[in-house]
Structures are given as structure tokens and as C-alpha cells.
Design a protein around this ligand. Structure first.
Ligand SMILES: *[C@@H]1O[C@H](CO)[C@@H](O)[C@H](O)[C@H]1NC(C)=O
Ligand SMILES: *[C@@H]1O[C@H](CO)[C@@H](O)[C@H](O)[C@H]1NC(C)=O
Ligand SMILES: *[C@@H]1O[C@H](CO)[C@@H](O)[C@H](O)[C@H]1NC(C)=O
Ligand SMILES: *[C@@H]1O[C@H](CO)[C@@H](O)[C@H](O)[C@H]1NC(C)=O
Ligand SMILES: *[C@@H]1O[C@H](CO)[C@@H](O)[C@H](O)[C@H]1NC(C)=O
Ligand SMILES: *[C@@H]1O[C@H](CO)[C@@H](O)[C@H](O)[C@H]1NC(C)=O
Length: 386
């Protein structure tokens, strides 16, 4: 994040140099272990509430190694997962459709999400009895519906107590997974992952994720490297998933670095990439840079516009599209509408950054937002040739 715009050409050299170093390290440490290329995680969240328009059969499985079913929630009294009739129908369809297309793809059941009730997670994690009910239910539902893993998406632990309870939750969850797998020798243990904030700690109230427990008990975590700006910052435009920013901590490079400095090995980190933009209404159509004055959000759902709609908007309105190499982000403007998002160019640099820093891979929020898989394709190519 200290790289100035004028150093962008050397950034690319730096990335390539690091990538070469990674490869030689992998090569010399162990020739039998899978190569970094095959070990990569190319993830995506599938949204069960969009099942009618974007069913599991619509997923281009060749672009992914890990697919996440979003979301189930714990009941607020029993802390067991609630399986709605819609979930009952689509969870089975999701795992069967994906495994039929490619048995190597790992399917994960994701629990929580941005729209879920925070107090339920706070209460569940606070008490050993409720943690245990939650864990047993999660394992049971995952096995009944043919999932390969479980993913926790608690947005967000809000206190140091929550973080300490989260640590206990991960420890007990791992123990339960091991116990369950030892009595089911015919199938591999469930995997355990978590979607987490873009950075390893929060400034307010101050609290840090339990990096040690994550390292010891969780297979990988998925920092959500997006939503740095949005409807809660209505007075100026912002690149909501920028890689670099010299003036603030709202950047993916800051977040990823914080996780590594907290002690989580880079190979347990999967970088989040948004397949949507955030929009603003410019105060003055002639001032349309990053940070330009704005008067609230622009078009979309509370200022959120999925990538395929961004392209449609750009084309219908003759918008100017800018790839900003300093922040590594893309934006477009037309009249008083301003949209910050990731196009293939910014995705390419971010994925190469992830690979160069030894990360395990990347994931998308969300499947069904892309335009004919162009973003997924750009990411896949960036990792392969980066
Ligand atoms: C649980 O949720 C139900 C339905 O939303 C609500 O009526 C009830 O008060 C909640 N109970 C607790 C303990 O939060
Ligand atoms: C999944 O649902 C689709 C309808 O969207 C159906 O055509 C397909 O047969 C189902 N597949 C499985 C494996 O259940
Ligand atoms: C823990 O939760 C269980 C059931 O959810 C409840 O019966 C018990 O009283 C709680 N224990 C504490 C110490 O809060
Ligand atoms: C988080 O905790 C702070 C106090 O530490 C409180 O003001 C805030 O409302 C809490 N937020 C949520 C989402 O629970
Ligand atoms: C960024 O975070 C660091 C801690 O990681 C803190 O010391 C610094 O003050 C923060 N900078 C800004 C601009 O908030
Ligand atoms: C989608 O992409 C594929 C492969 O890149 C291409 O063959 C196809 O024509 C595209 N479809 C549309 C509707 O653009």
C-alpha cells in the first residue's frame, strides 16, 4: 500500500519476481505435494434466494474449485440450523449437480451472512452447551445433504469476548469434525472455513480475530476484501475494493498484510473479490474522480449494482470507464452517476498480487453477478499465468 502510482510498472516486475520465488520454494520443499496451481482455491458463493433465476446447473464449474451454498442460519433458541423447504430442495440439488459435473469440486455449506442476526451468533458462541448444539447440527446437516465442508460467516464478532468465544468455537468444531470422521472412515473429514473481515482486527470497538485458533483449527479463511465505501459514506465516491490506498487502511493490501502479520499463514488466506459495484450520485458531473463529492448513492439496490448490470449501464449511457492503476480499481461515470467496481483489469492485478504473496486463492461474491463469466475467466487466467 506504500507503492506510489508512478511505481506501477515496477510493481508488475515485483509481482513477477515474488511469483518466481514462490514457485522455487514450493518446488524445493516438496516435489510430491500438489503444485501451487492445483492447490489453488477458486471459490464462489451461490445464493439460494436466487435459485429460480440462477440454479446450480447454471454454474460454470470449470471456473471453480470450491463452491459455497449461502446461507443457513441457527435457530435463536436451539442454535441448531434452520432448514427451510427452499433449502431442503436446493441444498441437495446444489451438491448433486456440482459433484455430477466435477467430483473434485468441494461444496461448502455456509452459515450466517451479512443479513443474518448478529445476536444469535453472540449467544451461540458464548456458551459451551449452545456451541455444541450448533456444531452437532452443522455437521449433521452437512453430511445429510452431501457437503464437503462447513463455512462460518459471522458478520461480525463485535467484542473481545466474542473473539475469544469464536476461538473456542473453532477449537470445539475441529474436535467434533475429527470425532465424526473417525467413526466414518469411508469419507474424508469435513473441511472448515470462515468468511472474515478484510483485516485481522477492527478499530472500533478494538478487537482482533483469534489468529492462533484460526491457524490451528480452520482450513482456510476468506477475508471479504470489499465494501470499504458505500451508502454509509454518501458524501464522496470510493473504490470499494481497492488494492492500494496511501491515505487510509481501507485497502485490500492493508487487510491481507494485517492477516499475515497477525500470524495466519498466507496459504490459509483466500482473497475476496466483488462481482458488483457501488454507485454514487455526483455533486458535479464535471468532478468524477475517486473521492469526488457526492450526494448519496446512485442507481442500483441501495447503491449496489451487480457487474453484469454495470456493463449494461455503461453501454446504455455511453459511460466513461477508467482503470485506476494507483488504487487498482475500476470506475465509470455518466452524467451524475459514478460506479466503483472491479473489471477484468483490476481483477487481473489483484489476483496476481494474491498469488505473489503466497495466498491460497480467491473467492467471488457472488455467482450469478458476472457477465458470461468474464470476471471468473480473468481471475483464472491471472492466477494461471501470473
Ligand atoms: C427468537 O425468534 C423469534 C421469531 O423471530 C422471536 O419471536 C423470539 O423472541 C426470539 N427468541 C429469542 C430468545 O431471541
Ligand atoms: C436440480 O434442479 C433442476 C431444476 O432447476 C433440475 O432440472 C435438476 O434435475 C435437479 N438436479 C438434481 C441433481 O437434483
Ligand atoms: C448455556 O446454554 C444452555 C442452553 O442454551 C442453557 O441451558 C444454560 O443455562 C447456558 N449456560 C450459561 C452458563 O449461560
Ligand atoms: C458492538 O458493540 C458496541 C459497543 O461496544 C455497540 O455500540 C454496537 O451497537 C455493537 N454493534 C453490534 C452490531 O452489535
Ligand atoms: C491503520 O492501522 C494501523 C494499525 O494497523 C494504525 O496504527 C493506523 O493509525 C491506521 N491508519 C489510519 C489512517 O487509520
Ligand atoms: C460467453 O463466453 C463464451 C466463451 O468465452 C463465448 O463462446 C460465448 O459466445 C459468450 N456468450 C455470450 C452470450 O456472450
Amino acid at each position: 500500500m506504500s507503492l506510489a502510482p508512478k511505481f506501477i510498472p515496477s510493481l508488475i516486475c515485483y509481482v513477477l519476481l515474488l511469483a518466481a520465488t514462490e514457485l522455487s520454494v514450493f518446488g524445493s520443499v516438496s516435489a510430491v505435494e500438489s503444485s501451487p496451481t492445483t492447490a489453488v482455491i477458486r471459490g464462489g458463493y451461490w445464493l439460494s434466494w436466487l435459485a429460480q433465476t440462477f440454479p446450480p446447473a447454471a454454474i460454470s464449474t470449470s471456473h471453480f474449485t470450491h463452491l459455497f451454498y449461502a446461507f443457513l442460519e441457527p435457530n435463536n433458541v436451539t442454535f441448531e440450523l434452520t432448514v427451510t423447504p427452499n433449502d431442503d430442495q436446493w441444498m441437495r440439488n446444489f451438491t448433486s449437480t456440482i459433484h455430477a459435473a466435477d467430483p473434485q469440486i468441494k461444496t461448502f455449506l455456509s452459515i450466517g451472512g451479512g443479513g443474518s442476526s448478529v445476536p444469535i451468533f453472540v449467544a451461540m458462541a458464548a456458551n459451551q452447551t449452545s456451541r455444541s448444539a450448533f456444531i452437532a447440527s452443522a455437521i449433521s446437516v452437512a453430511r445429510s445433504y452431501g457437503f464437503d465442508g462447513l463455512d462460518l460467516d459471522w458478520e461480525f464478532p463485535n467484542s473481545t469476548d466474542d473473539m475469544s468465544h469464536l476461538s473456542s468455537l473453532f477449537k470445539e468444531w475441529r474436535q467434533a469434525i475429527e470425532t465424526e470422521s473417525s467413526s466414518n472412515a469411508d469419507r474424508p473429514p469435513l473441511e472448515l472455513s470462515a468468511a472474515v473481515s478484510y483485516a485481522s482486527s477492527f478499530p472500533s470497538p478494538p478487537r482482533s480475530y483469534p489468529a492462533d485458533a484460526i491457524t490451528e483449527y480452520v482450513d482456510f479463511i476468506s477475508p471479504m476484501c470489499f465494501d470499504y465505501f458505500g451508502k454509509w459514506s454518501p458524501s464522496a465516491t470510493g473504490s470499494h475494493a481497492q488494492l492500494f490506498d496511501k491515505t487510509s487502511n481501507f485497502s485490500t493490501s492493508y487487510g491481507i498484510t494485517s492477516w499475515i502479520e497477525a500470524g495466519v499463514p498466507p496459504e490459509k488466506l483466500v482473497m475476496g473479490l466483488p462481482v458488483y459495484g457501488r454507485t454514487w450520485r455526483l455533486k458535479d458531473a464535471c468532478h468524477h474522480g475517486i473521492g469526488a463529492s457526492a450526494e448519496g448513492v446512485g442507481p442500483g439496490n441501495e447503491g449496489v449494482m451487480i457487474y453484469s448490470d454495470v456493463l449494461e449501464f455503461n453501454s446504455a449511457n455511453g459511460a466513461t470507464e477508467v482503470f485506476d492503476t494507483a488504487s487498482v480499481s475500476t470506475y465509470s461515470f455518466a452524467g451524475t452517476t459514478w460506479i466503483g467496481y472491479d473489471g477484468p483489469n483490476s481483477i487481473d492485478v489483484k489476483v496476481k498480487y494474491a498469488k505473489a504473496h503466497g495466498l491460497r486463492g480467491y473467492f467471488f461474491w457472488a455467482l450469478g453477478y458476472d457477465n458470461n463469466w468474464t470476471i471468473a475467466e480473468a481471475a483464472q487466467n491471472a492466477w494461471m499465468y501470473g
